[in-house]
Ligand binder design. Structure first.
Ligand code: SF4
Length: 724
């Protein structure tokens, strides 16, 4: 009998269901990769509600990455200029716990930091929070979601009173107008885009607007592409609002009954006339009016966004300005409508639920809220006051903390900051100064391993059982179906063992990840992300389930649109039912003027560099760079330059160009294309030092961050181009 495991793709936040079966099956030839090695068979799971059997090239080839370049044994070295030597887990745990105790009692718990990942399963996230924020009393847990989704988190909290996207994928096929801003969905969230594009093609009246300085494959499919200047998103959004107001396309009843702060917003958008906005954004008044007309004439508008909005020094303001448009037009709380952030990592949503950012606690709670801290302390069995009221260090704060000596121990897990952080020269110099870095990962080598004193081998997806939540709040159990290589262990087991050795034996007395999950869901009771009706066993029996899913709930009750933040249980639009998680139950308008880029172009650095991802690669190529098919799709980095700029600079196709920013420089072959707007250049972010010489996009970027979300502006910096 063929043994099939139903699981979830571990790459992106779309969260496609997969069916995996062993390489060798009776009556079938052994399944092999392009080099002839036996590999597990992977196909889309038709029963998964989010993806309905679809997968992109990354999901389809994931099995080819499972055995390549795996870190199998703990290793240590006394200093970064020495070689690693293999040690036992016993020796590694002993070293780590002694070091934690030393730092704890000499510098204090706030000198201990962990930088985790949206690749974690929820159980990994949860145990890390309990160890750091609960037992050790340090809120210095941040994840690579800080670089990815934290502006969406802050925007939802400020506008709705709670995090959590109020939409789901069904809305893609119920909308009249899809408004995509700062998202190359076709390449970065391909299966979401497949669903939308098929629906769009079938329904000619449905409009698709794409806002992006590049003519991406996503923009190619749009009815209207607005190639705005980088940093003018708020101008555009306020300009659309200005026209909707002028034309009377607002929902006064909804504004009156369900929102607050509209007058401050109305005062701001008054200044964004079409003439001003078209000039600022570099688009025509006609295109601006078309966008506003599509919004105003549609019964159901769905906004989608991702890093182009979030990775900005005004990311939270951008998110709230998108939400404003929905509040102003009543485009929320009904099928096919709402503001929908697309999550980057496969379990960034689970991380948010488990409190996996420096200002969060499990169950969508905030570190700063005394009642929230007390509720968590009660479940964790801690004395009152054990959890610090001060939000911890964010990802970039940890780099600064290494520079100024306030970080005594840095534990990095399942992420590769030596490629993905901004201002890499500064990042790497800070990592070199770290007194003690533990690097826990499934793969070796990676760029970040070069900065570690201790390497811990982590079991990854396929080798541990846990839960992940995708962008539409669907929770999927991902069972282990193979043994970890060598001595690799699940992340949560490593954290729990360290906790026990530090003396917290009862706090980490879990026999398996199902017990961890059972404790975690207790902390979601009566919270917006209530999952008290879920367990590993129930997810195994019932399959993927969308939250909220309280204990007495049923799958049917919890999976319909509209969604929890604007709860209308019957699915009908009832203003009196639309209560948000703010103290007065009203959604709050945010009134923001555009501030533009933190580092705008100037005569010395006249181009705006924007960065992004490509269809076949995932982040820093730890997996996709080792899979022949995806590697061949994008074998090398490049820089996109508009023909007009290339002509002025005398740059020809494929000629190397040195790109200089105020921080560093890098070199790329030129790809001359009208897909990029004049004055802007594009470089993919996937190449670190292991994969190409001097071709790191983030060598150029800067760490200036949104003041609310503290998410760095990875999407734009000023550069000069010099033909090499
Ligand atoms: Fe995996 Fe994302 Fe591709 Fe789906 S769209 S198969 S989740 S990488």
């Amino acid at each position: 009998m063929t043994e099939i495991t139903k699981t979830l793709c571990p790459y992106c936040g779309v969260g496609c269901g997969l069916e995996v079966s062993p390489p060798a099956q009776p009556g079938k030839a052994t399944h092999r990769d392009s080099q002839g090695n036996p590999v597990w068979r992977v196909r889309g799971d038709k029963s998964h509600p989010s993806s309905q059997g679809m997968v992109c090239v990354k999901g389809a080839t994931i099995a080819e990455s499972l055995d390549k370049n795996r870190l199998q044994y703990p290793m240590v070295r006394e200093s970064l200029d020495r070689e690693f030597r293999r040690v036992s887990w016993e020796e590694a745990f002993d070293l780590i716990t002694k070091r934690i105790q030393t730092v704890r009692f000499t510098q204090g718990p706030e000198a201990i930091c962990m930088y985790g990942s949206g690749q974690f399963q929820t159980e990994d996230y949860y145990i890390a929070q309990k160890l750091l924020k609960g037992c050790l009393g340090s809120n210095n847990f941040d994840a690579n979601s800080r670089l990815c989704m934290s502006s969406a988190v802050a925007g939802y909290i400020q506008s709705f009173g709670a995090d959590g996207p109020p939409c789901c994928y069904e809305d893609l096929e119920l909308t009249d107008c899809a408004f995509l801003i700062g998202t190359n969905t076709a390449e970065c969230h391909p299966i979401v885009f497949n669903r939308l594009e098929k629906y769009h093609k079938r329904n000619r009246k449905v409009k698709m607007i794409v806002v992006d300085p590049r003519r991406t494959p996503t923009a190619e499919a749009a009815d209207l592409h607005l190639a705005i200047r980088p940093g003018t998103d708020i101008d555009l959004l306020n300009g659309i609002a200005h026209l909707l107001m002028r034309w009377g396309h607002i929902d006064a009843g909804f504004i009156d009954e369900c929102t607050s702060n509209f007058s401050a917003y109305a005062e701001v958008i008054r200044h964004y006339s079409p003439e001003v906005v078209a000039h600022q954004c570099g688009i025509s008044i006609e295109d601006l009016e078309t966008a506003a007309r599509y919004w105003g004439e549609s019964q159901r508008v769905l906004s989608l966004w991702s890093m182009g909005v979030n990775q900005s020094s005004e990311g939270t303001a951008k998110v709230r300005t998108i939400i404003n448009l929905h509040l102003m037009t009543g485009q929320i709380g009904k099928p096919g409508a709402g503001p929908f952030s697309l999550t980057g990592q496969p379990n960034a949503m689970g991380g948010r639920e488990a409190g996996g950012l420096a200002h969060l606690l499990p169950g969508y709670r905030l570190v700063k809220n005394p009642q929230h801290r007390a509720e968590v302390e009660d479940v964790w069995g801690l004395k009152r006051g054990q959890i610090s009221p001060t939000p911890g260090m964010t990802a970039w704060d940890m780099i600064v903390g290494l520079e100024n000596g306030s970080v005594g121990l840095l534990w990095i897990a399942a992420t590769n900051p030596a490629v993905s952080m901004p201002d890499l020269k500064r990042t790497k110099a800070a990592l070199m100064r770290s007194p003690f870095t533990i690097y826990q990962d499934a793969y070796y080598p990676t760029e970040t391993a070069a900065y570690a004193h201790v390497l811990l081998p982590a079991a990854q997806w396929s080798e541990k059982t846990g839960v992940m939540t995708n962008s539409e709040r669907t929770v999927t159990l991902c069972p282990a179906f193979r043994r970890p290589p060598g001595e690799a262990k699940p992340d949560w087991e490593i954290f729990a063992e360290v906790g026990r050795r530090l003396g917290f034996v009862g706090e980490f007395a879990f026999a398996n990840s199902a017990e961890v999950y059972a404790e975690f869901v207790k902390l979601t009771r009566d919270r917006p992300c209530d999952m008290t009706g879920l367990s590993h066993e129930q997810l195994q029996i019932n399959g993927p389930t969308q939250w909220p899913h309280p204990e007495a709930g049923t799958r049917e009750e919890s999976s319909t649109s509209p969604q929890p933040l604007a709860s209308s249980p019957s699915g009908k639009r009832l203003y009196t039912d639309l209560r948000f998680h703010t103290p007065d139950g009203r959604a709050r308008f945010g009134a923001y003027h555009s501030r533009g880029l933190a580092e705008p172009p100037d005569p010395n650095y006249p181009f705006v560099l924007t960065t992004g991802r490509l269809y076949g690669h995932w982040h820093t190529q730890t997996r996709t760079g080792r899979i022949e098919k995806t590697r061949q799709m994008h074998p090398e980095p490049f820089i996109e330059i508009h023909p007009r700029d290339a002509a002025v600079l005398g740059i020809s196709d494929n000629q190397f160009v040195e790109v200089r920013s105020r921080r560093s420089k890098a070199k790329f072959p030129a790809k001359i294309t009208k897909a990029i707007a004049p004055g802007t250049v594009f470089v993919p972010m996937h190449w670190g030092a292991l994969w190409a010489d001097n071709a790191e996009a983030n060598a150029l970027t800067h760490p200036e961050s949104c003041p609310d979300s503290l998410q760095p502006e990875l999407k734009a910096c000023a550069v000069q181009l010099v033909p090499a």
